[in-house]
Design a protein around this ligand. Sequence first.
Ligand SMILES: [Fe+2]
Ligand SMILES: [Fe+2]
Length: 162
Amino acid sequence: MGAESVPNPQPLQALMQGEHDRLYSRFKEWLNACVAGHGHEEVGRLLKFMVQYMAEHFALEEELMRTYHYPETQSHTQGHQHIRQEFEKLLKEFESFGATTKLNHLVIYFVFEWLMGHVQGTDKQLETYLLAQSTPGASSSESLGVPPGDPQPAPLNAQQKG
Ligand SMILES: [Fe+2]
Ligand SMILES: [Fe+2]
């Protein structure tokens, strides 16, 4: 990808955060359904959402890592594969055996494992790296040969002066 086509990483970091918030909200919705006694009815919908969300969200992060030559791309991507496989297994279990108490417990376990372990750890490291790429004079981008973000256009009123 050429320097002219590399987007500014700062809004992309905010985009990542927004996507994680969407995941938290969806999971919280399901927890509320559990508290209200409807967790079993809703768990299939949650799992379908998770599998679809992961396909899109992981693809976005992996594209960002490639674009910005993130040094931990390989291990981060392996983490995604592991999480994706675990949730695909849970969805298969739901399709085979329905919404069991064991399945609900496994969903809670894996969501927390992922939320706490991946989003709060591995993804935060990526967000920090992306922010560093947008900081003027950040040494990490130069040492990695990563081009800086697109130059911002001058404000319209500044262009009209003179
Ligand atoms: Fe993420
Ligand atoms: Fe990730």
